[in-house]
Write a protein that binds this ligand. Structure first.
Ligand code: ZN
Length: 417
C-alpha cells in the first residue's frame, strides 16, 4: 500500500513536471517520437566477410551494413544471409554449395566472437528485445537458397543450431525443393507460371516439415508463384517473404502479385518489402548499363564472367556505378513507400515489413546504407503511418511470425508453447 502511494506520488510529480514543461513552451511536444525497434530481414555478406580486413565490420568498410552504420542508423538487428548461387544438382555441385554456406556461417560466428560488446546472436524474438534493451545490436541468420542443404535434411538441423532462423527455398533457377520465379529457361526449365512449372517437390515438402518442427520460418522470396502457394499449403506455421515487393506496381516475377500478398496474410505471414532498385522502378536502361559494366569489369580483371564477390569492390566497378547513378538514378524512397502503401492496403498492416537487400544489390536514393535508416522511418511518418503501424512494419510483424513458428514447433513436440 505504501509502495502504491509512493508510486502514485511519483507519477503525479512526473505529470506535473511534464505539464509545466509543456506550458513553458520548451518544445517537448515537438520532440520526435522514440525510434522504433528496426529490423532488416535481408543483408547479404561477401564470401570473405570478416576474413578480409576491409570486410571486418567493426571498422569502416565499403559494405552497406557494418556495425558502425547500424549503430549510427539505429538499425537494431539484421538477418545476415547465407546465400549460395544455384549450381548443378550433382554431388560436386552440392559439396561446393555446402562449403560456401559453411564459410558464411563461420564468418558470422567470427563477427559475434570478435564484437560481443556491440552485437549478439538473437535466436528468439525475446533475444532481439533483450539485446535492444541492453543497447546491443542483434544478428540473426537467414538461408537464401536451400541448394546449400546439399539435398540433406540433416543440414536444416545443423543450420538451425548455427542460428539460421529462416529457410529460403530457392534462388535464380529451379532446385531440388522448388521452382524459381526466375527459372533457367536456357537450360530447358519451364517458364514461370507455365503449365509445366512443377512448384514444390516432395523433398521441398519434407524440408518445410523439418523447418516447422524446429521453429524455423519458411521464406518464399525467389520462389515461383506455384511454389509460394505450395509452401503456404505445406507449412504448418505462417510463411515469410524475406525480400519481395509488389508486382501490381512493378511487374517482375520476383515481386508478389496481390493474390499471393493476400494468401500470405490470410495464413498469418509477412512480406518484407525490399528496397531493391529494379523491383521498385522499372528502368531497363539502368539494368543494361549495369550489365555492360559488370562484363567490362570482369573482362578487365581477366575473368570470363562477372562475379559479385570478386568484382563488386574494385575501383572500376565503384566508379562505373557512380557514373550510372548520375545517368540513371536509383528508385526513390517515395517509390519504396508506394510499394509499402500498396502492400498494406492489400495485405493489411499486420503483414508487411522491411528488407534492404544491402550488399546483395539493394539500396535506393535516401536509403543507401544502414546509417540512413532514419530516413525510412521519416518517410513512413510522412506517408501518414502511425507510430504503432511503423513499429509493426519495422519489426513487430516479423517478430510475431517468428514467435508463431516457435510456438508451432513446441506444439508439435507436445509441449506447451
Ligand atoms: Zn535475393
Amino acid at each position: 500500500m505504501k509502495h502504491a502511494t509512493r508510486t502514485l506520488a511519483a507519477t503525479t510529480a512526473t505529470l506535473l513536471a511534464a505539464a509545466i514543461a509543456g506550458c513553458a513552451g520548451t518544445g517537448t511536444r515537438d520532440a520526435p517520437p522514440p525510434a522504433p525497434l528496426a529490423l532488416d530481414t535481408h543483408v547479404d555478406i561477401p564470401l570473405d566477410y570478416m576474413r578480409e580486413p576491409r570486410f571486418d565490420v567493426g571498422g569502416d568498410t565499403p559494405l552497406l551494413v557494418d556495425l558502425g552504420k547500424m549503430e549510427r542508423g539505429g538499425l537494431a538487428g539484421a538477418f545476415f544471409v547465407v546465400y549460395v548461387g544455384q549450381g548443378p544438382l550433382t554431388p560436386e555441385g552440392y559439396a561446393d554449395a555446402v562449403a560456401q554456406a559453411d564459410r558464411k556461417f563461420s564468418a558470422i560466428a567470427l563477427m559475434l566472437e570478435k564484437y560481443p560488446d556491440r552485437i549478439r546472436a538473437a535466436r528468439t524474438p525475446q533475444d532481439v528485445r533483450d539485446n535492444h534493451a541492453r543497447g546491443l545490436l542483434s544478428a540473426m541468420i537467414g538461408i537464401e537458397n536451400s541448394y546449400s542443404l546439399g539435398h540433406d535434411l540433416g543440414r536444416i538441423d545443423s543450420s538451425f543450431a548455427k542460428g539460421a532462423r529462416y529457410l529460403g527455398l530457392v534462388h535464380v533457377g529451379n532446385n531440388d525443393l522448388c521452382s524459381s520465379a526466375n527459372p533457367d529457361v536456357k537450360q530447358g526449365q519451364p517458364a514461370h507460371n507455365s503449365a509445366a512449372d512443377a512448384g514444390m517437390s516432395d523433398f521441398g515438402r519434407a524440408a518445410v516439415a523439418r523447418a516447422n518442427a524446429l521453429g524455423m520460418m519458411v521464406d518464399v522470396s525467389h520462389a515461383s508463384d506455384k511454389c509460394v502457394r505450395d509452401a503456404i499449403a505445406a507449412s504448418k506455421s505462417p510463411v515469410i517473404a524475406s525480400h519481395s515487393s509488389a508486382r501490381a506496381l512493378v511487374d517482375v516475377p520476383r515481386n508478389l502479385p496481390d493474390d499471393l500478398l493476400r494468401a500470405i496474410a490470410a495464413d498469418g505471414g509477412v512480406v518484407q518489402a525490399v528496397a531493391y532498385k529494379e523491383f521498385l522502378k522499372s528502368d531497363p536502361a539502368r539494368a543494361a548499363a549495369e550489365k555492360a559494366l559488370q562484363q567490362e569489369v570482369a573482362r578487365q580483371a581477366g575473368d570470363a564472367e562477372y562475379d559479385s564477390d570478386k568484382h563488386d569492390y574494385l575501383p572500376a566497378m565503384t566508379e562505373g556505378m557512380a557514373r550510372i547513378e548520375r545517368e540513371h538514378p536509383l528508385a526513390s524512397l517515395e517509390q519504396y513507400m508506394d510499394h509499402i502503401r500498396h502492400m498494406v492496403d492489400v495485405a493489411g498492416i499486420d503483414h508487411v515489413g522491411i528488407a534492404s537487400d544491402f550488399d546483395g544489390g539493394g539500396g535506393i536514393t535516401g536509403w543507401m546504407d544502414a546509417s540512413q535508416t532514419p530516413n525510412v522511418t521519416a518517410a513512413l511518418r510522412a506517408r501518414g503511418f502511425s507510430e504503432a503501424d511503423i513499429a509493426k512494419i519495422w519489426g513487430g510483424n516479423l517478430l510475431r511470425v517468428w514467435q508463431a513458428a516457435i510456438d508451432e514447433a513446441a506444439r508439435e513436440r507436445g509441449a506447451a508453447p
